[in-house]
Write a protein that binds this ligand. Structure first.
Ligand code: GLC
Ligand code: CA
Length: 512
């Protein structure tokens, strides 16, 4: 049952910005293959690849128009298959990005469903039965075809919502999840999963997984839907891993996902850590992690103490983690991220402290997110080694800073963030209590206070993690006996009933 997730550490690749091998200014799959050793050498053993399928790219590929074909700009299905093989040779795994909630308006299902005459795809999307009635609680597309109705959209106005039914049916045009239309949609999605899993893909990161069934306040309809997917996977692909973009691990795990993402919006308080006026991880030491922890613990308890909550460093939807921090602060951030339960997810470029590019023009529906999607900086050659194209041909401009970080510099510098991450990963991989399934118990997470401390444990092994981002010494009472210091950045001691953490320090201390 996807055992590999137990010690998975993910590297997220935004394919268009990683490495371009044919000089068209856009990253490609062959580029990813050629950089696998770089990724593996840092210690990552898994990838999440953002959507790489045929698309008009109105939302950077989250608007799919053919789920089973790699977008020509990234290569071919053969290339992707080769990526699977090259990963497996290195004992690595990959999650593709499944976007089950909506398609692009160019998908042939949608073109068929716009027709006034009934056909196989009439019920594939959420349509009302009159152009004058929009689906409640959703934006919609209307007046673009002869079909008399409005089609609900999930995100941008060019992303029509696929029809998985309504949990509570209140209008004549709404279907129940078990009706033939919604059932056919789900079957089509399972066929797509079957297609890639048979080719060697190891599982999926599922986009907006919690919002498929409509009018489903408690998520019961959507949970039931994912349970059907779970049954299908258990039967045909028991090793396939499923990670959801849902933000409610109790629901997501009940639906059969293995792990759930912590979201940067909604009630998680994740932004208190890295992205607010006084982030907890800032050295000024004016942050507050207590609300984050209290939320986290509630979710942890609701999901039966499994804690399979994945905390990303950044991703393609949020500002890069480096926006508020310097390299020393970032090292402490990673000391935290790499000691939490669930699989860590590191966004490409975060390992070298790549910058969020301020005020750049939106590309492919990125808007403010575009600044986090700029090309990976490899070395000091033209275009930072990303591409041989003319600079104006690049997918997104490169960070213009002449001192921009590069992988080459980071690899050569023993004290770089990259090398710190490498060390942290090595320690995590040598100590199962620090990995995905180790339990967590917070021992110090007070309001507006430093440090943050918790104990990770598994099979009798116990590790105390102390994280002090603040630029001042801090401590708290705790009666434990240190056995061995596994990791230490700045001095941290646990003796005589007290834990003391030097300014800007982090430590993993084995207790048992
Ligand atoms: C998810 C993706 C985001 C996309 C949206 C719509 O949140 O991460 O990039 O725009 O879904 O598919
Ligand atoms: Ca290319």
């Amino acid at each position: 049952m996807a055992k590999w997730l137990d010690n998975a550490i993910f590297y997220q690749i935004y394919p268009q910005s990683f490495f371009d091998t044919n000089g068209d200014g856009i990253g490609d799959i062959r580029g990813i293959i050629s950089k696998l050793d770089y990724i593996k050498d840092i210690g990552f053993n898994a990838l999440w690849l953002n959507p790489c399928f045929v698309s008009p790219f109105g939302d950077a590929g989250y608007d799919v128009s053919d789920y089973c074909t790699v977008a020509p700009r990234y290569g071919t299905n053969e290339d992707l298959k080769q990526l699977f093989e090259e990963l497996h040779k290195r004992d690595m795994h990959i999650l593709l990005d499944l976007v089950p909630g909506h398609t692009s308006v160019e998908h042939k299902w949608f073109k068929e469903s716009m027709k006034a005459d009934r056909n196989e795809f009439t019920d594939r999307y959420v349509w009302t039965d009159s152009i004058w009635e929009g689906p409640e609680g959703m934006n919609n597309i209307r007046g673009i075809s002869e079909r008399d109705g409005c089609c609900g959209v999930n995100f941008f106005s060019h992303q029509p919502a696929l029809n998985y039914g309504y949990y509570k049916v209140t209008r004549p045009w709404q279907m129940s999840p078990d009706d033939p239309g919604p059932t056919a949609t789900l079957n089509a999605m399972m066929d797509i999963m079957r297609f890639w899993l048979s080719m060697g893909c190891d599982g999926f990161r599922v986009d907006m997984a919690g919002s498929l069934v409509k009018n489903d306040e408690d998520g019961k309809g959507t949970i039931a839907l994912w349970k059907k997917v779970r049954a299908f996977l258990d039967e045909e692909f028991p090793e396939a891993a499923m990670v959801s973009e849902w933000g409610e691990p109790d629901k997501s795990l009940e639906g059969g996902f293995h792990m759930d993402f912590l979201l940067h919006f909604g009630p998680s308080h994740y932004n208190d850590l890295f992205r607010c006026e006084h982030p907890y991880f800032g050295k000024e030491g004016k942050g507050n992690a207590a609300e984050f922890v209290s939320r986290y613990v509630k979710n942890y308890e609701k999901s039966g103490g499994k804690g399979l909550i994945c905390i990303p460093s950044s991703n393609h939807d949020m500002d890069r983690i480096s926006r508020n921090f310097d390299i020393e602060e970032l090292k402490i951030c990673f000391g935290f991220l790499l000691s939490m339960p669930g699989a860590p997810f590191v966004y490409y470029g975060d390992e070298i402290g790549m910058k969020y590019l301020e005020n750049i023009k939106s590309v492919e529906g990125g808007y403010g997110r575009t600044g986090s999607r700029s090309p990976m900086q490899w070395d000091n050659t033209a275009n930072a080694g990303f591409s041989s194209a003319a600079p104006e041909k690049l997918y997104i401009q490169i960070d213009p800073d002449k001192d921009r970080p590069t992988a080459q510099k980071a690899l050569a510098d023993e004290s770089s963030l990259l090398n710190e991450i490498k060390k942290l990963i090595e320690i995590r991989q040598a100590n199962p209590a620090l990995q995905s399934n180790g339990k967590i118990r917070f021992v110090y997470a007070e309001e507006n206070a430093y440090p943050l401390a918790f104990i990770r444990s598994l099979d009798g092994e116990e590790i105390l993690v102390v994280i002090n981002p603040a630029d001042r010494e801090c401590g708290f009472d705790l009666d434990v006996t240190a056995d061995k210091v596994l990791y230490q950045r700045g001095k941290v001691t646990a003796e005589n009933g007290k834990v003391t953490a030097a300014a800007q320090s982090a430590a993993y201390i084995k207790l048992k």
